[in-house]
Design a protein around this ligand. Structure first.
Ligand code: CA
Length: 218
């Protein structure tokens, strides 16, 4: 899952980025309103964490603009204000959830996971493909009822593949959604992790489609 953090307080932005990366998310950061809007429009993100007070363009205006343009990525707004009126403003302008600073990182993570689940209502809370099942809330994976232990990166890779089970997913798409932009990744990093994953979930479930990418059995 690829997240966008739009926050002009550099220390908070970097702390969020590091924390979310440790959970296996790919995370990009924008430090101004206009940069955030541009990245949200074109970056193919699964969700966005958006500060309200930003240089150049407020979080309210960004989310309203995105909704006007029919971009529906889930938005979690952050603000130092704490009046009910502000919260109503945030939700009215099209944000999906709202947190007041200072917030607990654990709460932020729980809200973000809930947003990612709700973000596309056709997605079930627990993902399944054949006898494989993945519970995003508990970050648990099992095959035929037997728990499979994965690293954060293997988990992120499998989650993306399961959300696209039965479809061919290209290496570029996997790099975009599972690894961070600008991260110094070896060209064969996807193949290496696909190899790790196959050993853990079963080789036959994850097929290589020559010249196109990979397909997880649906
Ligand atoms: Ca701010």
């Amino acid at each position: 899952m690829r997240l966008l953090v739009v926050e002009d307080e550099t220390r908070l932005a970097l702390a969020l980025q590091r924390g979310l990366q440790a959970e296996g998310f790919a995370v990009d950061v924008a430090g101004t309103g206009p940069a955030g809007l541009e990245m949200a429009r074109h970056g193919g993100y699964d969700a966005m964490i958006l500060d309200v007070m930003l240089p150049g363009l407020s979080g309210y205006r960004i989310v309203r603009q995105l909704r006007t343009e029919e971009h529906w990525l889930p938005v979690l707004m952050l603000s130092a204000k704490d009046g009910e009126y502000d919260q109503a403003d945030g939700l009215d302008c099209g944000a999906d959830d709202y947190l007041t600073k200072p917030f607990s990182y654990v709460v932020l993570l729980a809200r973000m996971r809930a947003l990612l689940r709700r973000g596309a209502p056709q997605r079930p809370a627990v993902l399944t493909a054949g006898d494989l099942s993945l519970d995003p809330a508990g970050r648990r994976v099992s095959r035929a009822g037997v728990e499979v232990s994965l690293t954060a990166r293997e988990y992120a890779l499998l989650e993306y593949l399961m959300r696209h089970a039965g479809e061919v997913v290209s290496k570029t798409e996997l790099l975009d959604h599972v690894w961070d932009a600008g991260m110094d990744t070896a060209p064969n990093v996807v193949e290496v992790y696909v190899g790790y994953l196959r050993r853990k979930i079963g080789r036959e479930l994850l097929e290589t489609v020559r010249g196109a990418g990979y397909r997880l059995a649906g």
